[in-house]
Design a protein around this ligand. Structure first.
Ligand SMILES: [Mg+2]
Length: 332
């Protein structure tokens, strides 16, 4: 059987359940943005993520500094999704012989820049040779008050579905990169959103302190794919209203000019690295107001949680028969 027949998550399902019996009490293993380990009066959260050249990045298409930043940012985003504060990182690198030391210095410069922003020490890792491709694996550890981490399983019927930024900008930025469309204000802005994602770490910590926030995860593969994890873990369904998706003016101008489908980029493009959360129905206006006061930014409602029935899309007040194209699958 080929891996592409079952996909990334099909593969994980084949073994994940066999490790559940081995978990310590109150620990949580595979299946959320981070694992959780109880540690005295608080919980530790742990995440790990791998970036492989030509799968997740193209070495010639992005600077080493941007790569160093992005590799850490995508891990910070998973810690943010739990509502935790990141406390340390580990970095392992497999390096092909054609990579100069100057490249690696630049990579670590980008990694350090973002680490310093979050007071986050690099605490260890490993380096080894690689036959051909550059591979980075990063782990980040964080802490949070006991029992306060927000899980994918917390969604309740009637909750609003909310995201913390515009969607699709990074996916459009990737198109700019791949097609060499740089040089215009809109496309350069979108490219920056792709190369320098901002993990919503402070926002995640703030949101996890509010009881009205029931479930949370980060948007890495695109909401069409990511939301399925919340629905599966919470055993619920959802409606998303395409008309409500927050689209930046830059994305709208870009998709018009390049004849691309902005909704498809926003739902399936991925790598937004903002947060996707569910919020108790009647509490949203209050939370939105307080969030705006705290961060000067908006929370964007995009739909709501339903009893069951999977993920359904609506537009102009009508349910759509066909879903927008699915999320990013690493093995296709
Ligand atoms: Mg995640």
């Amino acid at each position: 059987m080929k891996l592409s027949e079952i996909g990334e998550f099909g593969f994980i399902e084949r073994f994940a359940h066999r490790f559940e019996d081995l978990l310590a009490p109150n620990a949580m293993g595979i299946g959320d943005d981070c694992a959780i380990l109880p540690a005295g009066d608080h919980d530790l959260v742990i995440t790990t993520d791998m970036l492989v050249e030509d799968i997740h990045f193209i070495r010639e298409k992005m600077s080493a500094r941007d790569l160093g930043h992005k590799a850490l940012a995508v891990n910070l985003s998973d810690v943010a999704a739990m509502g935790a504060r990141p406390t340390g990182s580990f970095l392992s690198i497999a390096i092909p012989s054609d990579v100069p030391v100057e490249y690696l210095d630049e990579l670590m410069e980008g990694y350090h820049e973002l680490s310093a922003q979050h007071q986050l020490p690099l605490m260890g890792g490993d380096t080894t040779r690689s036959p051909q491709k550059l591979v980075l694996n990063i782990s980040v550890i964080g802490t949070i008050a006991k029992g306060q981490a927000r899980l994918r399983s917390g969604a309740q019927v009637g909750d609003h579905l909310v995201v913390t930024s515009t969607l699709g900008d990074s996916a459009a930025g990737l198109q700019v990169l791949l097609n060499d469309w740089q040089g215009q204000a809109d496309s350069d802005w979108l490219l920056q959103r792709h190369l320098r994602p901002q993990a919503h770490v402070a926002q995640g910590q703030w949101l996890a302190q509010h009881k009205s926030v029931h479930a949370m995860m980060d948007v890495s593969d695109g909401i069409a794919s990511d939301l399925q994890h919340i629905l599966k873990a919470s055993k619920k369904g959802a409606h998303i209203d395409l008309d409500q998706l927050p689209l930046s003016p830059q994305l709208q101008a870009f998709s018009r000019a390049r004849k691309m489908d902005a909704h498809e980029l926003a739902t399936s493009g991925g790598e937004d690295y903002c947060l996707l959360l569910t919020v108790a129905g009647e509490q949203l206006p209050k939370l939105r107001e307080a969030y705006k006061k705290e961060f000067g930014e908006d929370l964007y409602p995009i739909g709501h949680i339903t009893e069951a029935g999977g993920l359904q899309w609506q537009q102009a007040g009508k349910l759509l028969k066909q879903a927008p194209r699915g999320g990013f699958n690493h093995f296709v």
